[in-house]
Design a binder for this molecule. Structure first.
Ligand code: KIV
Length: 284
């Protein structure tokens, strides 16, 4: 279902041009999408971080196209207004350009996403350009790129030397030339992210990239304090829901064990005459 106030790529560009920060959060399911949308977020990313936060994998490598599509469908059922972006999973856009376009298209056709995101340096620009030419809006993602973190130095800050910072800027410019409508900058020193943002004419969305980007993104479970296995330095927890959730489940179990739940108000009644008839049947 489309709505009149649906956020568009043009809206993100207008925000950038007028200096209004762009808000983005990940979501992976229907209730998460409803909550994010009600909070008024501009754009929702169905991140491949779902591999860890929802599916329990140690990294993002294992998540499949089918799993991503499944979660994207749930998110699109819960969010009508926010711009919806699907993360293309590892190896869904690396084997060939044809496969990359086909997989990107599946997110729009089968899961009602508005755009896709792919990770990678300027070398990925050719793929991004081909997907964009096919009519599928693409977002880039540079800096710390979790799908290739093991190969490229682990989960550490990128662009800390002048040479590396320059390479990041070149990557960003190549992705802009390829037609990306925005770029995620992950784990980059704040001054480098700020300079990249100033050199580009498309929005940058930072995660661990300081306050000089055009917008910010964080993982749903991280800001709510629902995932405590690995909390990067750049995460700010706006709530700690883990303990209240555990406490609520404990209280539920305790009330079952002690006979306090369910009470009459949680049960369905039956007309006395029907109950008597039923008990008569049982006696026969
Ligand atoms: O997968 C993800 O959640 C991401 C964002 C954190 C940028 O790529």
């Amino acid at each position: 279902m489309s709505v009149d106030n649906k956020v568009s790529i043009l809206d993100l560009h207008k925000k950038r041009d007028s200096g209004v920060p762009i808000t983005m959060i990940t979501a992976y399911d229907y209730p998460g999408a409803i909550l994010a949308e009600e909070a008024g977020v501009d754009t929702i990313l169905v991140g491949d971080s779902l591999a860890m936060t929802v599916l329990g994998h140690p990294n993002t490598i294992s998540v499949t196209m089918e799993e991503m599509l499944h979660h994207c469908r749930a998110v699109s059922r819960g969010a009508n207004r926010a711009l919806l972006i699907a993360d293309m999973p590892f190896l869904s856009y690396h084997v060939s350009i044809e496969e990359a376009i086909r997989n990107a298209g599946r997110f729009l056709k089968e899961a009602h996403m508005d755009a896709v995101k792919l990770e990678g340096s300027g070398a990925m620009a050719k793929t991004a350009a081909a997907i964009n030419t096919a009519g599928i809006p693409v977002m880039g993602h540079i800096g710390l790129t979790p799908q290739t973190a093991a190969k490229s130095g682990g989960y550490k800050v990128r662009g800390k030397t002048a040479e590396h910072a320059l390479l990041l800027l070149q990557d960003a410019l190549a992705l802009e030339d390829a037609g990306c409508f925005a770029i995620v900058l992950e784990a980059i020193p704040a001054p480098v992210a700020e300079q990249i943002t100033q050199k580009l004419s498309i929005p940058t969305i930072g995660i661990g990239a300081g306050a000089g980007t055009d917008g910010q993104v964080l993982v749903f479970h991280d800001i709510l304090g629902l995932f405590d296995q690995f909390v990067p330095k750049f995460v700010k927890q706006y709530a700690n829901l883990r303990q209240p959730v555990i406490d609520a489940i404990k209280a539920y179990c305790e009330e079952i064990r002690t006979g306090k739940f369910p009470q009459a108000e949680h049960s369905f009644k039956m007309d006395k005459s029907e109950l008597d008839k039923f008990l008569d049947y049982l006696e026969k």
